[in-house]
Design a protein around this ligand. Structure first.
Ligand SMILES: *Cc1c(COP(=O)(O)O)cnc(C)c1O
Length: 337
């Protein structure tokens, strides 16, 4: 093992704008841990980052929009699914910073009123974002590139954010969360054995892995895929994490640091599973904790299953990252029936 330990990371060359209410609390899920009869389960409340109803994307946006402001951008664009939590948090942050916000959102084949105009879409409108809705097969990246060109030609200064805010700069936000987790768990006197997190565009998972690595911690992070296969998701996350570790001037990252479970994704993105429904009911019924049907519900289903199958034992407490997404519940009212 290389003797390498940083008390903190040097982030001085990454411009940052404060958006999230930090640190978010770590809470114990006492009743649910007892019910499952496994390890103590703690939850990191990144659903409570505050602005625009909160969620994990605000940590990324602190660094992404920090760069946008440093470049004197006037218009921020991003892409996502129609009910993207990332798009909603971007719209809220832009409102607060006085930046114009344009969202390019791709709908699925769902046609319910709630899906098309409720949940996150309702909030996007409220935050004053300009929304373009794409058909299910359209390319978001092409639409984004075209619109960026248009804005340039019209004399604007656009700043484009990739899907989920998962660029290296966005990942830095979750590297700082790793630092927060290490400090808080030490303060609580809890020696964590693993962190569980929903992994989608990959930046949250990658940032945590890179941050822990940069800080000399070997705490394992288990990503629970919400779509796609283990091989593909591990590849996406590893590439991002390795680049982020490099940006943090940490030693090269070992491929084994990235682990993804893909058994809980079900038929695809935002497609409900029975295990997701059960996870939402367990968290709500034992703890009054609201999860979401697209991300945290599937991730928590993975944690519950791992505990039940004794794939982790009772000696090590585990931390579940609550990454937010509750507004999505109101867009998929049928997901729970
Ligand atoms: C975006 C999102 C995730 C996944 O984060 P990535 O960085 O895209 O992997 C998890 N949970 C919620 C609620 C999200 O909105």
């Amino acid at each position: 093992m290389i003797a390498f330990f940083l008390a903190s990371m040097d982030l001085s060359h990454f411009p940052r704008v404060r958006l999230a209410r930090l640190p978010t609390p770590i809470e114990r899920l006492a009743r649910l841990s007892g019910h499952l009869d496994g390890p103590k389960i703690y939850v990191k409340r990144d659903d409570e980052t505050g602005l625009g109803m909160g969620g994990n994307k605000l940590r990324k946006l602190e660094f992404l929009l920090g760069e946008a402001l440093a470049q004197s951008a006037d218009t921020v664009l991003t892409v996502g699914a129609l009910q993207s939590n990332h798009a909603r948090q971007t719209a809220a942050a832009c409102a607060k910073l006085g930046l114009a916000c344009e969202l390019i959102l791709r709908r699925s084949r769902q046609t319910s009123e709630a899906y098309l105009s409720g949940g996150n879409v309702l909030l996007d409108r409220l935050f004053g974002a300009r929304i373009t809705v794409l058909d299910p097969d359209a390319s978001r990246e092409e639409a984004l590139a075209l619109r960026v060109q248009e804005l340039h030609r019209a004399g604007h200064r656009p700043y484009a954010i990739p899907v989920g805010g998962s660029s290296v700069r966005g990942c830095i936000g979750y590297a700082t969360c790793a630092e927060e987790i290490l400090a808080q768990s030490a303060q609580l006197g809890v020696k964590l054995s693993a962190v569980f997190v929903a992994t989608g565009s990959g930046g949250t998972h990658a940032g945590l892995v890179a941050g822990l690595h940069a800080l000399g911690s070997d705490l394992p992070v288990i990503g629970v895929a919400i779509e796609g296969t283990r091989a593909d998701q591990e590849c996406i996350v590893f590439d991002l994490a390795a680049e982020t570790a490099h940006a943090l001037a940490a030693p090269p990252l070992a491929r084994e640091r990235v682990t993804v479970l893909d058994e809980y994704a079900g038929p695809g993105y935002a497609r409900p599973t029975d295990a997701m429904r059960e996870a939402l009911r367990l968290a709500a019924g034992f703890e009054g904790l609201v999860l979401d049907p697209v991300y945290t519900g599937k991730a928590f289903a993975g944690l519950v299953d791992v505990v039940r199958r004794r794939r982790i034992t009772a000696d090590g407490p585990v931390l579940f990252m609550h990454t937010g997404g509750a507004p999505g519940l109101f867009a998929y009212p049928d997901a729970l029936v």
